[in-house]
Each structure stands twice: as structure tokens, then as C-alpha cells.
Design a binder for this molecule. Structure first.
Ligand SMILES: *[C@@H]1O[C@H](CO)[C@@H](O)[C@H](O)[C@H]1NC(C)=O
Ligand SMILES: *[C@@H]1O[C@H](CO)[C@@H](O)[C@H](O)[C@H]1NC(C)=O
Ligand SMILES: *[C@@H]1O[C@H](CO)[C@@H](O)[C@H](O)[C@H]1NC(C)=O
Ligand SMILES: *[C@@H]1O[C@H](CO)[C@@H](O)[C@H](O)[C@H]1NC(C)=O
Length: 324
């Protein structure tokens, strides 16, 4: 963005992980100013912000005063805390009177119940801030060689619509590839949960299936039979297993949020709630941080699902020896 061109709007992003940085780049490329508050964070986080044309502010009150819109894109366990930060800042006496209302757009992988809880907090403590509930389906935005952007789908819900917001709400909704799915808070994040359950649930099944096959000495035969009779599963398992270990720690809470979604909004009882044990499977992977590192290294060397199964098997055997 040339410095002579005035931005269409200012967006605050909390925080700037891979998805946050991808969205920040997409926004900067479309003439938006992006800011974040990285106080108390590492120097490399601050450098990362500067490297990606994200301006740093030093307090949450500043963030709220300068931003027209705030995007919350954090690990699921930090979603409520991030909403509270914005509630505190927008209740602070230094939060300035403004022409247009501040929008808080929660894009985290949380259950509809968590989204309703956040909505209740805003209604009670910061009624002038407009909450939009949402979820991101797909990977971070990326500029292709031809200059076009691939972007994830951003599904949103709630009574407030970004297309009606000022400044530039309609344009911003297009840039972010936003789709309003329902006026009820929770339906968009619930849609994200339903979507995520299928891929991440399948990968958890693949962890147990391939680890067990390894112990039985039939990994190659399992692969051969999958390729012949269920080639989609062969491909999905391979891809899921090799990419999962470094993300497993983040998925623990996400699986619990999916479980809560299926219980509270799907009507499933405790003993039907299959995502509680799935969360424990990812916790097991995350606990073996060695595993996460080894597999990431292995991936660079072109290793496979079978290698993940071998490492998982070694992990469960170590645990068994410890408890015996
Ligand atoms: C920021 O950019 C500089 C120069 O391109 C690079 O050396 C540095 O590693 C980058 N830092 C981060 C945290 O991305
Ligand atoms: C309001 O914000 C200022 C500046 O960030 C801070 O110093 C102060 O403690 C805040 N007040 C309250 C009541 O939180
Ligand atoms: C919105 O969701 C509610 C359930 O929460 C449903 O009854 C209603 O039909 C949905 N509205 C639209 C327009 O799809
Ligand atoms: C992971 O580690 C924590 C802390 O040591 C422990 O409480 C938990 O039971 C472990 N989970 C699994 C699935 O091994």
C-alpha cells in the first residue's frame, strides 16, 4: 500500500499466527491498515508483525480506539480471554466516543455455546460493541503467482451484518470472502465445528488404526487394501497423519469444543459424545512433543503415515512400561 493512499478502514488483529498473518497480508494488499497489540509478546512476534506491514500499538485501549473492526483469530482456549480483553478496553474511560460502532468479529474454532457466552458478556458489559460470530474454513490466504488470492471461506452469523457496516463494510466482506449464514449467534461457528469434525475426526481414527496395524505388523497390507478398496481413505489418512503432529496441541481444545457442540446443539448424550476421547488422542500426540518434532523433521525428508504410526506405537509402549 502506498503511503499516500489513505486506508479504507483500520483492522485490529488478535493475534498474528499463520492465519492472522495471512489475513493481514490479504487486507494490506486491498488497502486496509492492520494493527495489533503485541505488548508482552516475544521480539520475534513483534518483528513478524513489522515484516508484514502490521502496525504495533501498545495497549488494548489504543487498539480499540484506532480500529474500526477487530478480528479475533486465536487458539480456541484463548478465545474467551481475547473477547474479555476487548470488553475491558471498550469499557475503559479512555475508550473514546466514536462515530461508527466498533465491530468485534470472533473467528475462532469454538462451540456455539462458547459464542453465546461471549455474546452475553458483550451485551452485559460493552453493549455498544457489535459482535459478529464466525469461523474460518480453509487455510490462510495466499497470493498466487498470477497475483490473485486464494482465500478461505469466512462464515459469519448474528444480527449485525458486515455489509451494512461503516467504513467500507461491504468491500471488506468481499475481500474476506464472507458469507452470512444466519442471524443467530453461534450458527457460523457451529458450521465450522461440523465441518472440522469430519477431517480431524477421521485423522484421529487413522492414528489408532495405523498404530494398531503397526503393532500387528500389517501396516503395508492395510495400505494396500485401502488403496484397492477405499482409495479416498488411503489418501486422506496419509495426508492427515503426516501433517497432524505439530498441530495436535491446538486441536485438543478444538475437539472439546466440537464435543460440546454435538452435546449442546446436536443433542448427543455423554456416552455418545465421541469427540471427548478424540481430544485425548490428540493430547497423547501433543504430550509427546518429541513426536511432534521428529515427525516434522521426517516430513521434510519425505516420510510417511507409517512412520507416524511407528512413533505413536513407541509412545504408547513407553507409557505402558511406565505404568507397569
Ligand atoms: C523479518 O524480516 C527480516 C528481513 O527480511 C528477516 O531477517 C527476519 O528473519 C524476519 N523476522 C521474522 C520474525 O519474520
Ligand atoms: C484504562 O486504560 C488505561 C490505559 O491502557 C490503563 O492504564 C487503566 O488501568 C485502564 N483502567 C481500567 C479501569 O482498567
Ligand atoms: C436460523 O437458525 C435457526 C435455528 O437457530 C433456524 O430455525 C432458522 O430457520 C435459520 N434461519 C435461516 C434464514 O436459515
Ligand atoms: C498429557 O500430560 C498431562 C500432563 O502431564 C497429563 O495430565 C495427561 O494425562 C496426559 N494425557 C495423555 C492423553 O497422555
Amino acid at each position: 500500500m502506498g503511503s499516500s493512499v489513505s486506508p479504507l478502514a483500520t483492522l485490529g488483529i488478535l493475534s498474528i499466527g499463520d492465519m492472522g498473518v495471512g489475513i493481514a497480508k490479504l487486507l494490506s494488499a486491498h488497502q486496509y491498515r492492520v494493527i495489533t497489540n503485541a505488548e508482552g509478546r516475544s521480539q520475534s512476534t513483534k518483528d513478524r508483525a513489522r515484516n508484514n506491514s502490521i502496525d504495533l500499538v501498545t495497549t488494548d485501549v489504543d487498539l480499540c480506539n484506532q480500529a474500526d473492526y477487530i478480528l479475533s483469530i486465536v487458539p480456541p482456549r484463548d478465545a474467551l480471554g481475547t473477547a474479555r480483553r476487548v470488553i475491558d478496553a471498550s469499557s475503559n474511560s479512555s475508550f473514546a466516543k466514536r462515530g461508527n460502532p466498533l465491530y468485534f468479529i470472533d473467528l475462532n474454532a469454538i462451540s456455539p455455546r462458547s459464542a453465546r457466552e461471549i455474546n452475553d458478556l458483550f451485551s452485559k458489559s460493552s453493549p455498544d460493541v457489535r459482535l459478529i460470530d464466525g469461523g474460518i474454513i480453509g487455510g490462510p490466504p495466499k497470493r498466487q503467482e498470477d497475483g490473485k488470492w486464494t482465500r478461505p471461506s469466512v462464515v459469519v452469523s448474528g444480527p449485525h451484518r458486515l455489509v451494512d457496516a461503516q467504513p467500507s463494510g461491504k468491500h471488506l466482506a468481499e475481500v474476506l470472502s464472507m458469507k452470512h449464514v444466519n442471524d443467530t449467534i453461534g450458527s457460523a461457528t457451529g458450521l465450522k465445528m461440523c465441518f472440522a469434525s469430519l477431517s480431524k475426526g477421521f485423522t484421529a481414527l487413522a492414528i489408532e488404526s495405523f498404530t494398531t496395524a503397526h503393532n500387528l505388523g500389517v501396516t503395508e497390507q492395510l495400505k494396500e487394501h485401502l488403496e484397492q478398496f477405499n482409495p479416498m481413505a488411503a489418501k486422506t489418512a496419509e495426508r492427515g497423519l503426516v501433517s497432524m503432529p505439530p498441530k495436535a496441541y491446538r486441536w485438543v481444545r478444538e475437539m472439546e469444543e466440537i464435543a460440546e457442540t454435538f452435546e449442546a446443539d446436536g443433542g448427543f448424550e455423554d456416552d455418545e459424545s465421541i469427540f471427548r476421547p478424540i481430544a485425548r488422542v490428540y493430547e497423547l500426540v501433543a504430550n509427546g512433543t518429541e513426536l511432534g518434532r521428529e515427525v516434522t523433521e521426517d516430513r521434510k525428508r519425505g516420510k510417511t503415515a507409517g512412520d507416524v504410526a511407528t512413533l505413536m506405537s513407541e509412545g504408547t509402549q513407553r507409557r505402558k512400561q511406565k505404568t507397569e
